[in-house]
Design a protein around this ligand. Structure first.
Ligand SMILES: [Zn+2]
Length: 102
């Protein structure tokens, strides 16, 4: 008996099928899956491809998180600059007032 790890071409469900036959049926949608030698390879490739896609997705999420962090950092920096600018402005106004009050 052979075990096939494959993805249903109809509904995309991940299936593990143990059979001696050259075909099987998807337990979810009932789609007939051919398990011929070349299809076994194809099925294996499909499984690998979906794993790769998952990896790419994870990478994208990582990137997005990184981007969010950079953005948050930039915003913090901007806030810091703004508060410094306000402090400097207040100080200058105080100096001008002192200058004119004398
Ligand atoms: Zn299916």
């Amino acid at each position: 008996m052979k075990t096939y790890e494959l993805k249903c071409t109809q509904c995309g469900a991940n299936l593990v099928i143990s059979t001696d036959k050259d075909h099987a049926f998807c337990e979810y949608c009932g789609h007939r899956l051919v398990l011929a030698a070349e299809n076994e390879y194809e099925a294996a490739v499909q499984v690998q491809a979906s794993k790769d896609a998952a990896k790419v997705k994870m990478h994208e999420i990582d990137k997005a998180t990184e981007l969010e962090q950079t953005k948050a950092h930039t915003n913090k920096w901007k806030e810091y600059n703004k508060s410094q600018l306000i402090t400097a402005g207040v100080l200058i106004i105080c100096l001008i007032m002192l200058f004119f009050c004398h």
